[in-house]
Design a protein around this ligand. Sequence first.
Ligand SMILES: CC(C)(COP(=O)(O)OP(=O)(O)OC[C@H]1O[C@@H](n2cnc3c(N)ncnc32)[C@H](O)[C@@H]1OP(=O)(O)O)[C@@H](O)C(=O)NCCC(=O)NCCS
Length: 142
Amino acid sequence: MNDLHLCPCLGYETFCELRRSVGWDLRPEPQGRAALAATARAVTAWQDDTPVGMARLVGDGMYWLLVDVAVRPSFQNRGIGRLLVEDLLQWAQNRLQPGEKVTVHLVSARGREPFYHGLGFASVPDAGCGAGMRRTLLGPDC
Ligand SMILES: CC(C)(COP(=O)(O)OP(=O)(O)OC[C@H]1O[C@@H](n2cnc3c(N)ncnc32)[C@H](O)[C@@H]1OP(=O)(O)O)[C@@H](O)C(=O)NCCC(=O)NCCS
């Protein structure tokens, strides 16, 4: 794709714009800004001056969580999502010292599993692990 470039950055306005583009809700601004500030590594894809995709890794170097993988609908199915995730995986791979390993976790949106399988992720439960689990906690008035 002409003029597509990746940037290891993600500003708050771009984050909101791309979340809206795929129909995701926005958290209160202080929570969103704090989440971006605490992000270990983010990447955005740009077509000229237009942000067309993003992805982030949060975690501690033993475990990463892959979140906010989103490509603007009019730019989907052109390989951008794959580029974004591969960029983050390469970053995580490059940080590993001799003897270290790291696990990258994610929760796939329903129906997107084949996208992640194609990037080397395995579904759980599997032979060694039970189901992934999560619990949502709500703040006052939420
Ligand atoms: C999921 C998403 C990030 C994929 O991005 P994308 O740029 O469209 O994906 P790509 O073009 O890079 O696709 C890479 C591969 O995954 C496959 N793929 C992508 N979406 C798929 C789907 N829904 N079902 C099956 N395969 C899919 C593509 O065919 C491609 O396969 P190939 O490499 O063998 O050709 C994008 O569809 C999106 O933003 N969706 C809305 C938000 C969302 O659900 N995000 C995921 C949150 S967990």
